[in-house]
Design a protein around this ligand. Structure first.
Ligand SMILES: Nc1nc2c(ncn2[C@@H]2O[C@H](COP(=O)(O)OP(=O)(O)O[C@H]3O[C@H](CO)[C@@H](O)[C@H](O)[C@@H]3O)[C@@H](O)[C@H]2O)c(=O)[nH]1
Length: 411
């Protein structure tokens, strides 16, 4: 997911350094990713680990010395769980034209009235785009302009976060709380800082019509993959597979890793991403799916709306199918719903996932996504036998199925 953020940041002229911030323990796969991304994008990249989940505001405040150490005049903050064309340069230009050089800029987009309630909502002056009112996930309608979780700040933002920190500390002293220090450091950028900054002539919104989506569920990964592949078709058509004599039949936007072996009678696409070392047999059909590295699709399998985990095998003539959770195509402002797995005590039909685990960026590859399991050395390695149907199911790693399944989570 974050490889796209890095690629976008590295393109901004004058960008000095990229910091990934999180509260996860760093591990070997992350270090390998950082090394390869630094080489690919030719920019220093470091991971900063919070000692606890401090919230976005608390996190950047905690690492403010690191962020400002190179004498940065401005910096971007991007939520990791979004996909976007990241119009960062446009945000810089917007700040140049509107507002003053020290203002902060939020990237905004339009949502429909119902879905806007799931996001930060922004009311702005129609002429100047100054944010007059900011409400995080309101309970009733406030505005159709939502916060994309992509910000341009100057070092002055730390004074505002610092004020919240001081206030938190004083309140905690009054409460005589024993773990006051830690709690004072937890600061939510949206509720604690933006709400207060609104109407003070310091916060502006730059609205984009470009693609943008949250990635809160595995189902949204297939949707996000489609958005990125579509972007590749304009910005990097060389990254997409073409119909060639002796090659598979390609429909729409498809990414195939150069090491994958695809039978010439297979039909792939639209919206398919095939990872490193994948084998695809004769007569295979894949559509709206992500097939991760080392997976093997035997002859005549059919894979639709599915994420196939790494090193998984699908037996011949098997059909693996999920139900897409795409936004309403008739509403230009519709966003993908981050479905919970269960509704009314039932598993909601969703994409099928073989070897479900965490989403992880794809090192050494331009494939939009790759999955990584909790145990990093392990693969997903799900085995589906020949001639079965797997429908709307989530199969956990290292599972060897022996029959067909429908609407199930298979442990
Ligand atoms: N480092 C760090 N990151 C955090 C922490 N808590 C959340 N994040 C990261 O901060 C981002 C925001 O996540 P949430 O706080 O869960 O908010 P949200 O429901 O995703 O809503 C935010 O994003 C929406 C757009 O996707 C916005 O519309 C909304 O206003 C808000 O900014 C995500 O990338 C999440 O991983 C933390 O303690 N530490």
């Amino acid at each position: 997911m974050v490889q796209h953020h890095i690629e976008a940041c590295a393109k901004v002229p004058g960008m000095k350094e990229i910091l990934l911030m999180g509260f996860y323990q760093p591990h070997e796969a992350l270090s390998r990713f950082l090394v390869s991304a630094q080489q690919e994008f030719k920019i220093p990249i470091r991971y900063l680990q919070e000692y606890a989940a401090l919230g976005t505001g608390g996190g950047i405040y905690h690492f403010r010395d690191q962020i400002l150490s190179g004498g940065a005049g401005a910096f971007f903050v991007l939520n990791a769980d979004v996909c976007s064309e990241f119009p960062l340069q446009e945000m810089l230009e917007f700040r140049q034209q509107h507002g003053d050089a020290h203002s902060f800029v939020i990237l905004g987009t339009t949502a429909n009235r119902t879905q806007a309630l799931n996001y930060g909502c922004i009311v702005a002056n129609a002429d100047t785009q100054e944010v007059q009112h900011y409400v995080e996930k309101p309970s009733t309608f406030v505005s159709e302009i939502i916060n994309c979780g992509i910000y341009l700040f100057t070092p002055a933002i730390f004074q505002h976060i610092g004020e919240v920190f001081q206030r938190n500390q004083q309140e905690l002293v009054l409460e005589e709380s024993s773990n006051g220090w830690q709690r004072a450091e937890v600061i939510r950028l949206e509720q604690d800082v933006f709400t207060a900054l609104a109407g003070s002539n310091k916060l502006y919104v730059y609205k984009t019509d470009g693609f943008w989506s949250q990635i809160k569920s595995a189902g949204s990964a297939i949707y996000a993959s489609r958005l990125y592949l579509n972007q590749y078709s304009k910005s990097h058509p060389e990254r997409l597979a073409q119909n060639k004599p002796g090659g598979p039949i390609i429909r729409g936007n498809v990414y195939i890793h150069p090491t994958a072996s695809i039978d010439s009678t297979a039909v792939l696409g639209p919206n398919v991403s095939i990872g490193e070392g994948v084998t695809v047999g004769a007569g295979v059909r894949v559509r709206e799916s992500i097939v991760l590295h080392g997976a093997s699709l035997h002859d005549h399998t059919c894979v639709l709306n599915t994420i196939v985990g790494w090193d998984s095998t699908i037996g011949r003539w098997a059909r693996v199918e999920g139900t897409p959770s795409d936004p309403n195509p008739n509403d230009p402002y519709a966003k993908i719903d981050s479905e919970t797995l269960f509704r009314d005590g039932r598993l909601t039909p969703s994409i099928t996932i073989l070897g479900r685990s965490h989403l992880h960026p794809a090192p050494h590859s331009e494939a939009p996504f790759r999955l990584t399991p909790h145990a990093l050395s392990a693969g997903c390695s799900v085995t589906i036998p020949a001639e079965v149907v797997i429908l709307n199911s989530i199969v956990l790693p290292h599972k060897e199925l022996s029959r067909s399944y429908k609407n199930q989570i298979i442990l």
